[in-house]
Design a protein around this ligand. Sequence first.
Ligand SMILES: Cc1cc2nc3c(=O)[nH]c(=O)nc-3n(C[C@H](O)[C@H](O)[C@H](O)COP(=O)(O)OP(=O)(O)OC[C@H]3O[C@@H](n4cnc5c(N)ncnc54)[C@H](O)[C@@H]3O)c2cc1C
Ligand SMILES: NC(=O)C1=CN([C@@H]2O[C@H](COP(=O)(O)OP(=O)(O)OC[C@H]3O[C@@H](n4cnc5c(N)ncnc54)[C@H](OP(=O)(O)O)[C@@H]3O)[C@@H](O)[C@H]2O)C=CC1
Length: 463
Amino acid sequence: MEAVFIVVGGGIAGVTCAETLAFFEPEKTIILLSESSLIKTVTNLLAITRTLTKFDIKEVQSSEFSLKHPNVKLIHDTLAEVNDKEKYIITKTNKIIKYEYLCLCTGAEPKLIPQSQDFEEILGIRDTDSIDTFIKKINNAKKIVIVGNGGIASELAYKIKNTEIHWVIKDRHISATFVDPGAAEFFLPSLNKDEIQKEPVSKRMRYQEEDFKKSGAALGPDWYTNLIIRGAGDINIPSTVKIHYETEISDVSRDKKSEHPMEITLSTGEKIKCDIIISATGVMAKKLFKTKSDLELTNLGEIQVNEHMETNIPYIYAAGDVCSANWSIAKHWFQMKLWTQARQMGSYAAKCMAGHLNKEEVLQDFCFEMFAHSTKLFGHKVILLGLFNGQKLGTNYEILIRMTKGHEYIKFVLENNKLQGAVLIGDTDLEEMAENLILNQIDLSPYGDDILNPDIDIEDYFD
Ligand SMILES: Cc1cc2nc3c(=O)[nH]c(=O)nc-3n(C[C@H](O)[C@H](O)[C@H](O)COP(=O)(O)OP(=O)(O)OC[C@H]3O[C@@H](n4cnc5c(N)ncnc54)[C@H](O)[C@@H]3O)c2cc1C
Ligand SMILES: NC(=O)C1=CN([C@@H]2O[C@H](COP(=O)(O)OP(=O)(O)OC[C@H]3O[C@@H](n4cnc5c(N)ncnc54)[C@H](OP(=O)(O)O)[C@@H]3O)[C@@H](O)[C@H]2O)C=CC1
C-alpha cells in the first residue's frame, strides 16, 4: 500500500491535518491512521477576532468522514514503526504503507502521580474509555480527592455533584495554569455550591462509541456538557469542596475494610480518607512507535518541530500535543497543550507538507503571532490573550484590574505602557480591542488608568 501523505492520529491535530490536505491536494492519496473509528471534527467555525475562534465539535463515523473527503482513506490501526530511510510505516497488524510525507499527531496521555502504579483507584482522564471508568467509579464514591491545579481539576471540582471533594493543589490559588490569584478569588464563590443542582438524572454520555474501540483522542472542550457526574452521596445534599492549598500527595495507602478504603497523606502531614483519587496532573507526549533514525525530542519526550512543523527527520512532520515548538517564537505566543493549538498546528503542518511537495514557500500562520484561548471555567466565559499572566516579562510589568464580583474580571498586563496580555472573564466584549492593542503595540500612556474605566468607552479612543 502507498500514499503521498500519511497522517497518524485521529485526534483534532490529525483529523484537521488530513482535512486540510484533502482540500489543498484533492488529487493526492492521503491515509489517516486512527486507532478509533469515531472522528472528531470541527464544525460551525466562526472567527470572533483575528486570533479567537468559536466552533462546535462534531463526532462522525469514519464512513461519513470518507464520504466528505473521498481522497482520504481511513485505516484503523496503530503505528508501530517508521522506516524513515525507505519511507514506509509498519502498523501493529503488520501493514506496510509507503509515504512521501508523514505527519505524526499521536497526542498525549495523562501524566499521573507516581503512586498510580500501585493503586487502580487513582484515575486519569483523557478519552472516552477513561471517562467511562471514571463515571463508573464515581457513582459509588462519597468522598473523593482531586489532585492537580489545571484545566481538568478545575472542571471536575466545579462539575462533580453529591460528593465530598478534597482538592489538593501545590499553589496558593486555584486554577493556576490559567489564572492569577485575583481571578482565582473571583471564581471561588462558584465552587461553593450551596444549591442543589436541578439537573436531569440521566447519565447520557456526550460521546457514544459503544461499538468501537473508544480509547484515543482527548475529550476536548465541552466534554462534560451532557454528562452528569454524580457521586453516591445524598442527592439532597450539595457537594462540598475543600481546597488543600500549597501541598502535595506524599503517600497513598489502602484499607479495604474501611468505609472509605483509600487514604492519602499530604506533604503537610494531614491524612484524608477517600474512595477514589483523580490525578489531573498534566500530560506527556505519546510516542510509542519506533523510528530508524532518532527523532529529536525534548527532555519531556515531545517531538521537536521547526517553524514548518518539520521534525529533524526529512519528510516527517508532527503536530498537536505530541510536539514541541522549537522555533524562535513570537513575543506574544507560547505553546500550551490545547485543542485550538492542536487544530492550528494540524492545519499548518498540512499546508507546509503541501508547500514542500509543490516547492512553494509557506509563510508561518498568523495564529502563531499571539496566544489566544477561549474557554469556560466555573461557569464563566474566560478569554486569555498574549502574555496574560506576565509570562516571559520577568518582574518588569504593570497590572490593571477591573472586577465586579460575580460579573466580570478584567486584567491588563502592560510593559512600557503597551499591552502585553489580558485576562477577560465574563461578557466583557473587550477581546477585539485587547487583541488589537497587543498586536499593534499602541502606546497607552495618554490614557493612563482610564483604559479600564467602566464609564469610558475605551474603543472611542481608537476610532
Ligand atoms: C478532559 C479534557 C478536557 C479538555 N478541555 C479542553 C478545553 O476546554 N479547551 C482546550 O483548548 N483544550 C482542552 N483539552 C486539551 C485538548 O483536548 C488537547 O490539547 C487536544 O485534543 C490534543 O489533540 P491531539 O490531536 O494533538 O491529540 P489527541 O487528542 O491525544 O489525539 C491523538 C490521537 O493519536 C492516536 N494515537 C496515538 N498513538 C498512536 C499510534 N501509535 N498509532 C495510531 N494512532 C495513535 C490516539 O489514539 C489519538 O486518537 C482537554 C483535554 C482533556 C483530556
Ligand atoms: N478549559 C481548558 O482549556 C482545559 C484544558 N485542558 C487541557 O488538557 C490537558 C490536561 O489537563 P490537566 O491534567 O488539567 O493538565 P494541566 O497541565 O492543565 O495541569 C496540571 C496541573 O497539575 C499540577 N501537577 C503536576 N504534577 C503534579 C503532582 N505530582 N502533584 C500535584 N500537582 C501536580 C501542575 O502543577 P505545575 O504546573 O506546577 O507542575 C498543574 O497545576 C492540558 O493540556 C490542559 O491544558 C483540560 C481541561 C480544560
